[in-house]
Design a protein around this ligand. Structure first.
Ligand SMILES: [Zn+2]
Length: 329
């Protein structure tokens, strides 16, 4: 995504590490393929939904960052694609690799979207997406010599995918009431707007998916996850999402509130240019769940230690509650 972060950030956001410790109510109680149901501190009317395992999700984050930078055409990119395909094939009913080429700055980019489907025959569907590529440069790094080096992208890249991989495991064990599609987009973060002043080389996978989708593929809505692993997770109301799908935003934030997930906050966020714009252009109302106030954005410091299992779990829990308690057949 391209918008510059708020300049007030500095060190204060680094220091305010939230001590989430182990008080999260669902963190320890499941480590099987049959997750227990979330027990909420609510009257018995509260519907139950499969528990989301933040620790396991964090393992999916590490599995990606262990490949190193995953920018297009890199070794880590090739290895990570094989990993994502293999992981999703263990859980989804179908996995489609959408390969395409695109002219980059001084190279031809070999890009691949990964598309996985669950409850494939359900006419009502939703689309969940995250970008899996990482940035070939870290132009925000405080050290000038490091700005041309590719970044690890623990939060900006791996975090959204990590949530969706754990969710995929849940969807296999707990058939959802509606169809769920997972799209891992490539080439989201390739562009260099600081140099060329435009966003033409961002969102490449989402654009390709939107451009080539079948006319009869019309999920009810889409939810994009981007930078959702920050230890100090705060998810405000992203403003393009509010413009495109305010009711969906309300549903998600209400679901978070009902389940005591306090990282979703009802304050206006920034307007972010991200993969969701291409899907909205294609007629799929799509929101972006994003914490853009991340001090390590587009730097070499975007590493796994800046992320937490608790943050991934907060987002995954809301998605599980949404799918299993809010969306009717
Ligand atoms: Zn980025």
């Amino acid at each position: 995504m391209t918008k510059a972060p708020c300049t007030q950030l500095g060190t204060s956001a680094i220091i305010i590490i939230v001590f989430l410790s182990f008080s999260f109510n669902s963190c320890e109680k499941k480590d099987s393929d049959h997750p227990q149901q979330q027990q909420q501190n609510q009257p018995t009317m509260q519907k139950q939904f499969p528990a989301f395992d933040g620790k396991r999700s964090y393992e999916y984050l590490l599995a990606q960052t262990n490949f190193g930078p995953r920018n297009p055409n890199s070794e880590g990119h090739k290895k990570c694609l094989l990993y994502l395909e293999s992981e999703l094939k263990q859980s989804a009913e179908t996995v489609i690799l959408q390969r395409f080429s695109q002219k980059g700055y001084n190279e031809i980019l070999r890009l691949t979207n990964v598309f996985a489907q669950f409850n494939i025959n359900a006419p009502k569907r939703i689309l969940l997406l995250a970008h899996w590529d990482t940035r070939p440069r870290g132009e925000e790094d405080p050290i000038p010599e490091k700005r041309n080096q590719p970044i690890i992208g623990a939060n900006d890249g791996a975090s959204g995918v990590a949530v969706l991989l754990e969710l995929a495991r849940i969807l296999k064990s707990n058939p959802p009431p509606i169809g769920v599609d997972i799209l891992l987009t490539d080439g989201e973060d390739y562009g260099d707007s600081r140099n060329d002043g435009n966003t033409d080389l961002y969102f490449l996978g989402a654009r390709h998916f939107a451009k080539t989708k079948r006319p009869d593929y019309n999920p009810q809505f889409g939810i994009l996850l981007d930078m959702v692993g920050d230890r100090d997770l705060r998810l405000p109301l992203e403003q393009n999402s509010m413009r495109f799908a305010p009711q969906l935003m309300d549903l998600i934030w209400t679901t978070a509130e009902e389940n005591q997930v306090t990282s979703f906050i009802r304050v206006p966020g920034e307007a972010i240019s991200d993969d969701h714009l291409s899907l909205n252009d294609a007629g799929i109302p799509t929101i972006d769940i994003i914490d853009f106030q991340y001090p390590h954005w587009h730097t070499q410091q975007d590493t796994p230690d800046k992320c937490s299992a608790q943050s991934l779990e907060a987002v995954g829990k809301v998605l599980s509650a949404l799918i299993y308690t809010k969306l009717a057949k």
